[in-house]
Design a protein around this ligand. Structure first.
Ligand SMILES: [Zn+2]
Length: 331
């Protein structure tokens, strides 16, 4: 049976021209019997060229991308584009409206919901619509993330090599055009539960940005990601307008499970290093203070591996299981 989503766009997502509107997800609840969830969407289509989807608000507390996608929809016009650009500024709209990583309606994490076994609810419905309708025929997908409320990143690009070796050079050019300070590119995750996995299953190349985070919009990181986005859209043959050159080439990095440091007890986390610092395995990375117990010394936590500090927790209050930081190593 063919896939049928309850979501209906209130604009034509294929016809030539520029249109702004909403994906309507029916949501019948106590306060609104015939209501719908209005997921903002814009399309700019102009003749032959690649189909590109740029998305933010996959996690609702990651704000830089939402500023960038909103700007794309305001500033780009039909003559700037060859092909079709679809932009989703608040992909998991209920989460983004609430400023929350996950949806308050079903606690869904959109970036884990590209999986037929994910629990049903608005979040899974959005994921299925993206994978089986919006991503059909996609050439390139850009998913704009950041550290959100609990983490802060050095601006980084994350991606996966395409399974087909002949497509690797195209991915290399995309990474170079984006020119984030650091790029972490892994083996294909076509089987994964991420939005990028779903785009790859539809034949597209895909890239994620981790722009900054901490529940704020950092102007420097925002500008760098915005300029990188335009260069990348130009590289894939979609954007026809001017771009600004990258200030420095990206540095290729890698990481694995050994690069993550987690809290092993509750308390107040005081980092002993700042983003961009290189740590040695065993070096002091922070302290967890226990003000509940007068006179108790803080617990010292050590770097789990050699590496560059690329992501650091923001809120001081931690419990066992919270990620305190992760490192990355030169590729
Ligand atoms: Zn995210």
């Amino acid at each position: 049976m063919a896939f049928r989503s309850p979501i209906t766009p209130d604009i034509d997502l294929a016809a030539p021209g520029k249109r702004l509107g909403y994906l309507r997800l029916p949501h019948s609840v106590h306060r609104s019997a015939y209501g719908f969830i209005p997921i903002p969407v814009g399309v700019i289509a102009n003749g032959p060229g690649p189909k590109v989807v740029v998305m933010s608000g996959n996690h609702g507390d990651e704000y830089e991308g939402q500023v960038i996608t909103s700007s794309l929809l305001r500033t780009l016009d039909v003559t700037d584009i060859a092909g079709t650009l679809i932009v989703l500024p608040m992909a998991n709209f209920p989460a983004a409206e609430a400023g929350s990583r996950t949806s308050p309606l079903d606690q869904g994490n959109l970036n884990r919901a590209f999986d037929p076994d994910y629990p049903p609810g608005p979040t899974r419905t959005i994921a299925a619509y993206l994978e089986h309708e919006l991503f059909q025929g996609i050439d390139f997908f850009l998913d704009l993330h950041s550290g959100g409320s609990s983490l802060r990143y050095i601006p980084s690009a994350l991606g996966c090599w395409p399974e087909e070796p002949e497509r690797k050079p195209a991915m290399e050019r995309i990474i170079a055009a984006m020119a984030m300070p650091y790029s972490l590119i892994f083996a294909s995750d076509k089987g994964g539960r991420y939005a990028t996995s779903a785009a790859q299953r539809n034949g597209g190349l895909a890239l994620t940005l981790e722009i900054a985070g901490g529940g704020e919009v950092a102007p420097g990181a925002l500008r760098a990601a915005e300029a990188g986005t335009l260069r990348t859209l130009k590289e894939v043959g979609l954007y026809q307008g001017p771009t600004t050159p990258a200030s420095t080439p990206t540095v290729m990095m890698t990481l694995d499970d050994s690069h993550y440091l987690y809290a092993d007890e509750p308390g107040l986390f005081e980092p002993a290093a700042t983003l961009g610092e290189t740590l040695r395995k065993g070096q002091l990375a922070g302290r967890i203070h226990r003000p509940e117990t007068p006179g108790r010394a803080p617990v010292e936590v050590a770097a789990p591996a050699d590496g560059l500090l690329i992501c650091l927790r923001v809120p001081a209050r931690v419990i066992r299981g919270d990620c305190l930081l992760h490192l990355a190593a030169p590729a």
